[in-house]
Design a protein around this ligand. Sequence first.
Ligand code: UD1
Length: 416
Amino acid sequence: MKSVYIRGNASLYGEVTIQGSKNAALPIMAAALLVPGMCVLRNCPRISDVDHMCRILTSVGCRIDRRGRQIGIDAAALTDSRLPEEYVTRMRSSIMLMGPLLGRIGEVTLSHPGGCVIGDRPIDLHVKALSAMGAVCRDDGRQLCAVSRGLRGTAVRLAYPSVGATENVIMAAVLADGATLLENCAQEPEIFWLCDFLSHCGASIEQRGPGRLLICGRRRLHPCVYTIPPDRIVAGTYLCACLAAGGEIFLKGAPAGENDALEKTALRMGAVLRRTGTGLAVKRAGPLRSPGRVETGSFPAFPTDLQSPLLAALTQAEGESGLKETVFNGRFGVVKELNRMGAGIVVKKDTALVPGGRRLTGERVRASELRGGAALVIAGLCAEGDTLVENRSYVDRGYEDICRDLRFLGACVQDG
Ligand code: UD1
């Protein structure tokens, strides 16, 4: 597998344009299944998860017309409702095809997605909500099969505001018979973008207070042209890189209002942030201070996807920090590798205690998942000496080209 080579002792200076959002693009691509015609999605990130979603859509009969970052998806003639096992196991978020396939053709079969390296990932909330809407789900622990003779709108209250379950219910509800009142749903920005895309296709979705959506089923949706928004997690990753390495950078296109929890943490750590009409300027000139305790949670709390990148930055802060993970139960896998670089992090149950103020040393380390891999690249920037991050393919699932972007910011980073 390919690697990322990073020369340490870096400070970052320069400007980078933030790519389109992975977590907005994937559900919107899945939602295109609901539309009998060609939807055109612009600014899709060129990442392996998007390649993968294109393959899945092709396997169920969509015609895909891909021109760089523009992807046309024509779901006029769907031919299959079974998702090949290798696809589901390689990309866990294939589960988000359940809602649209049920809504559009009334059946879906997929192999059980199972757990993954960041923790257990059950799908009980998806199954329970879709069953309440009239789907009959059969799960033999290996395969999950759901059928319906027409979904019907109903009241659905999620026991936990799962992003994926919220997206599945929305996609199932837009073509259901009658109205669905979805309560305690996720409020991540990607939910807004999915609703915005579907509304452009003629769906009726109304926000009825925080975590509450009213969706009135329509007979048919129509195609639209839609631009995928910039990726808040990529912007947040580069912000963490600047915290860790120091310097002054401009994140062109960094979305406003989507990273408030991270931005507040960065201010506590001594960064200077300035929002302009086109993006976010980040400066870290003086010493980096510990923010004290930080806890991940559902939006608008600190995003779990930025927990590992922040962890890398906390190793450079003066004073001890505590980072508590409340969303996934196995998301500190990167600690072992950071400690090989000298971070000295101790994990106690769901909290990582970071002593801070450590000089990291360059090492050969190994990524085992997407955001942890990005955290290792950040650690490499502020280490003494050179770092090689192996298993780069994990990083490529969500970053178009992390080497290119960091070079725009003045770092010496190469494909290894
Ligand atoms: C999405 C994001 C991922 C992000 C996560 C949380 C995409 C493609 N992925 O993942 O990057 O880290 O949101 O912001 O958008 N849970 C259950 N039962 C269920 C479903 C979820 O117990 O049926 C639990 C999960 O195990 C986890 C928590 O809920 O502990 C959050 O998961 P969820 O919000 O569903 O995350 P994803 O949609 O998988």
